[in-house]
Structures are given as structure tokens and as C-alpha cells.
Ligand binder design. Structure first.
Ligand SMILES: [Zn+2]
Length: 199
């Protein structure tokens, strides 16, 4: 009888340690951020900057979890390269190739958070984001002070990375134009299939 007791104790300790150290991969999607230094400079304190980013991700996570059943968790925050030194803002594909070179393959999604507006052919500048057309991990998102607005841009582009196209009607997160919807509507199923919980 002693062996099973030891075994159960070991398993319990092991699972508690895992739960404490690592988020549950089945319910959590890790989102890593590469942030334009100009965005960091908008905040006086490091703590304000980090809480802005946390609020952003938790707003997006709240909606994604309600719709798809998975949370986002902020993984790493890296300060990237100053915009004017390295990338041309009128060309999202240029950002994207820059971002691909920096991708270390960690986390489920990598957001490059830019302070500079770029020409967005997809959305006629209404949404302020761009997702990698040749992959399922990388997205570019423009900074705005309003976290709710940026969170919706993140959700729209993560929707694309999870296989969703655009909605025409009714308004949804996947519409080309900004609206008040907090639902993926008809794209819920495809997003669940590609980015939802694995059973
Ligand atoms: Zn779109």
C-alpha cells in the first residue's frame, strides 16, 4: 500500500508545480509583444506602461474567452527598433518581413505594436492593424490610448490568423469597418477550430 501513496503524492506535487509555473496550454494562448520604443516613451513609469499592456490584453482576452473559450496571457514584452530607423510605414509587408526575422517561435501570437500609422490596404485605415497573410502567428497593431479600441483591432487580426475572413453583414469583430460588435458571429466556428481548445 505504500507505493501507491508515494505515487499519488508525487503526481500531486508535480501537477501543482506545473499549474504554478506554466499556464494551461489548453485554455491559455500566450501573446508576446514587441513594442515600438516611441510607445514606451509615452509612459512616465515602467509600471504604467506594463499595466496599459496588461489592460489591453485582458480586454481582448475577456471577449476571446467568452466567444472561443480560451484566454490570452501576456508573455514577454520586448522593446523593438525605432520606427524611423528600420521600417517604412506605408508598407505593411515590409513590417511583416522585419517581424518574421525577429520571431523566435515562442508564444502562440506575436504582436508588433507600432506608434506609426501605416497604409492599410485591407481596411482603408479604419482598423489600424495587419496580420501576416502567410502565417498564423504575427500581427501588427497601431497604438491608441483607448485600450478597448486597440483590443478590438487585436481581436480582428487574431481572427484572421485563426482562419476567419471578413463579415459584411451583420456587423461583427470581422467587419472591415469599426463597430460595436463584440462577437465573431459566423466566423466563430472556424476560429474555434483553429485556435480553440483541443479535445
Ligand atoms: Zn481584416
Amino acid at each position: 500500500m505504500r507505493i501507491p501513496v508515494v505515487l499519488i503524492t508525487t503526481l500531486l506535487v508535480a501537477s501543482l508545480a506545473t499549474a504554478h509555473e506554466k499556464p494551461d496550454k489548453n485554455t491559455t494562448l500566450i501573446v508576446n509583444l514587441i513594442v515600438d520604443p516611441e510607445i514606451r516613451e509615452k509612459f512616465d513609469r515602467e509600471s504604467e506602461f506594463v499595466s496599459y499592456l496588461n489592460e489591453l490584453l485582458s480586454r481582448a482576452s475577456l471577449i476571446f474567452n467568452a466567444e472561443i473559450g480560451r484566454h490570452f496571457e501576456l508573455g514577454s514584452i520586448k522593446i523593438g527598433t525605432r520606427a524611423k530607423d528600420r521600417y517604412k510605414t506605408e508598407e505593411p509587408e515590409f513590417f511583416m518581413s522585419w517581424l518574421r526575422r525577429q520571431d523566435d517561435g515562442r508564444g502562440r501570437f506575436v504582436i508588433f505594436f507600432t506608434n506609426t500609422a501605416f497604409f492599410d490596404r485591407d481596411h482603408a485605415r479604419l482598423l489600424g492593424g495587419y496580420s501576416d497573410p502567410n502565417g498564423n502567428r504575427l500581427l501588427l497593431v497601431e497604438y491608441a490610448f483607448e485600450t478597448q479600441r486597440v483590443a478590438m483591432v487585436i481581436l480582428h487580426h487574431i481572427g484572421h490568423l485563426c482562419g476567419a475572413g471578413h463579415s459584411e453583414d451583420p456587423p461583427s469583430i470581422m467587419s472591415r469597418t469599426r463597430n460595436n460588435s463584440i462577437s465573431f458571429k459566423e466566423h466563430k466556428e472556424v476560429i474555434q477550430k483553429n485556435c480553440g481548445k483541443k479535445n
